[in-house]
Write a protein that binds this ligand. Sequence first.
Ligand code: MG
Length: 436
Amino acid sequence: MTSHAIRQVRVTPIAFRDPPLLNAAGIHEPWALRAILEIETASGLVGINETYGDQSMLDVLAKAAPALQGLSPWDLNTMETRVQAMVKVPVQTAGHTSEFLGEQISLAPGTHVSKNAAKAISAFEVAMLDLQGQLANAPVVDLLGGAAREAVPFSAYLFFKYAEHIDQAGTDYPADPFGEGLAPEQMVAQARRMIAQYGFKSIKLKAGALPPEQEVAALLALAKAFPGAPLRIDPNANWSVATSLNVVEQLRGVLEYYEDPAPGLQGMAEVAQQCEVPLATNMVVTDYKEFAENVRLGCPVRIVLSDHHYWGGLRTTQQLSRLCQTFDMGLSMHSNSHLGISLIAMTHLAASVPHLSYACDTHYPWQDEEIVQGGRLTFENGSLRVPRGPGLGVRIDPESLARLHDNYLRCGIRARDDLGQMRKYDPTFTGKQPRY
Ligand code: MG
């Protein structure tokens, strides 16, 4: 055992405030969950990372953590082999019997059990790369081949939303500063506020929550208010093929890409046949098997919105980028509610990928908490500069970690449930998809 051998893996679940953001599956709960990893070597170095914090993920991490015992931080391949052996992928049953599981998968592929090994490998890989960077005195982006760009562009990620949570009265925090976001002029105001603060150039509208004509009206208002800004709309497969085609016709000349309008790769293929706007996805091309199926169908999906948290890490996402290039497909990044460690890992990765075609998604503006020392990360002109310090270039603030872990203990949420939360507003809400 060398002095830098891994001797301990700490996983700390945390919860942070999350606004009442609407989506196809329902609405965000008042607290979002994440897990913070600390991998410590015998020599006392600590590599860090951030990943999903649902109970199922905590169970997977607990099961896989012994794989790291005694490993060198450089032994990523051994780590992968061991984790794959320890986290068996469950046999896929035909169709999803659990309605709840189905809802969650469609919104956040990272919650699917078939991704368990890839998620655990990613969680450990980033923390081990952070250790490697400390040992080599090099930023993670250099370990990945060096920076193809000094700063990574992100997009303004707009949500239809209520002004307050239904149970805000029972919480110890005030309503978020964005206010209600339902009418087109409210969505323009939301965009103006976010862009004024962060400088984003591209705009993404999360849709699939309100009747499509209302969502179209909002997007057209944004196109008018921000002429020339690249615009995207993402209804999370909550529209039929007919509705998808109807919507894109009304948005003619406005969209940069069209994200997951209709359900399934087959639905996307049907839309693609009659639609000039390139289709993007984080729902139907979520692993290499699905990538191959998309290629077999002649690439109806033109842009993969990758996410290192469930694709299996930073290095495999670099390989995905090569594949996208090979098949003349674009690449960008998907996001879930997250804090600064995830954002910085995305930034190192995106900076290392020459073939990054679009500004990446991030939920960061919707959060007001932070876990890293120095507090909230600062964007310049909508981009985040790649840190040049060793490893990820950010460290955990112990007081913040303790506070956010305390939130977790008190909040009562152990698995994300947008559907259940929506039923508090509307008991008749079924979450059936596609809804329109
Ligand atoms: Mg999406």
